[in-house]
Design a protein around this ligand. Structure first.
Ligand code: SF4
Ligand code: MG
Length: 331
């Protein structure tokens, strides 16, 4: 199966003045396959939102490339190509309140894309499309003429989802779509997104700061730290067999309800603050907080490598192991 999205050595740097460069995304490579949910996780400031925004062309790439359906996302595009791209890829935001225009009715909010792309023949058809979208996300036509402030956080996120769906996208980038919602509402929104994915064949990039938030929705998960991807694998594999010390520390921060398991688990608490992505540590960026740091970690950037099938990691702890694996293959 061909990937829907290919991210190849992508860098997104910001010039922050005084000759300083913020390396928000620094040499990240991965692929997203049609119909999957790719969870992207990391602390705030790790570059995950910047990565999401670069994929949808809200930012130019500093270097490297992104392809969507085998076509480059960045660089010069005709008007028709840009229009096609803005239909194919949609975004859902963390704060549905801030991202919905407070002065517009729900109908006008949802119909923005319908209007921009001329998808409705007339006003009646436009309204029918809006009604259908409201029902798709678990709202109804009685909500159509109301304003965003009249809705709860979960309902507003449903409106944001309806707005994204209005143009029939293939790929949706959801940037912390449930982080601002009550815990009781989070599962409802995740379940809605799963249902829509099955019905509409959608592909998701689901961004979150917490592994427990992406666990149930993601097929595969990528973990970012300070602008780099440090680990990527299938979701179950990541939870059962985390390789990178940073992933291990994120996992040990998730409480386990069973006290027996809780006691048997090795605790690994993260010390120190997240360093600045301006002048990040040399070598492995995680070394200032890593309990396993070695000399080589300061002098050499760990390679991004497939330590086990489909399980990628950037950490010197797996250098030798990786050689052993490739050796055993050649024998
Ligand atoms: Fe820790 Fe070194 Fe691995 Fe970085 S490369 S995570 S510092 S062991
Ligand atoms: Mg963010």
């Amino acid at each position: 199966q061909n990937p829907l999205v290919v991210v190849n050595h992508l860098k997104k740097h910001f010039n922050v003045g005084k000759g300083q460069i913020l390396k928000a995304v620094d040499d990240v490579s991965f692929e997203i396959y049609p119909g999957e949910t790719f969870g992207l996780v990391g602390e705030s400031g790790c570059g995950k939102s910047t990565l999401g925004r670069t994929l949808i062309r809200l930012y130019d790439a500093t270097s490297g490339e992104v392809t969507f359906e085998d076509k480059a996302v960045h660089g010069h595009k005709s008007k028709a190509e840009l229009k096609q791209l803005s239909r194919s890829i949609q975004m859902i935001f963390q704060d549905p309140y801030a991202s919905l225009n407070q002065r517009m009715t729900v109908t006008d909010i949802i119909a923005e894309g319908i209007d921009a792309h001329g998808l409705a023949k007339n006003r009646k058809e436009r309204l029918e499309m809006v009604y259908a979208l409201l029902e798709t996300v678990g709202l109804n036509r009685n909500h159509a003429e109301r304003f965003p402030h009249e809705f709860s956080g979960g309902q507003r996120q449903r409106i944001g989802i309806a707005r994204a769906l209005a143009v029939n996208p293939r790929f949706i980038i959801a940037d912390e779509p449930i982080s601002a919602l009550d815990v009781s509402i989070q599962a409802q929104v995740v379940n809605l997104m799963k249902k829509l994915q099955e019905e509409l064949g959608l592909t998701y990039l689901f961004i979150a700061h917490d592994l427990s938030m992406v666990k149930h929705i993601s097929d595969r998960i990528g973990v970012m730290y300070l602008g780099s991807m440090v680990e990527l694998s299938e979701s179950d594999e990541l939870f059962e067999n985390p390789l990178h010390p940073y992933t291990k520390s994120l996992l040990s921060a998730i409480p386990i309800p069973d006290p027996k398991l809780e006691r048997s688990r090795e605790r690994q608490v993260l010390h120190g603050d997240l360093p600045s992505p301006i002048n990040p540590p040399s070598g492995c960026r995680f070394r200032t907080r890593c309990p396993f740091a070695m000399d080589v970690c300061a002098s050499q950037t760990p390679e991004w490598k497939e330590a086990e099938k489909g399980h990628w990691v950037a950490c010197h702890l797996y250098d030798e192991k990786n050689e052993a694996v490739s050796l055993s293959k050649t024998i």
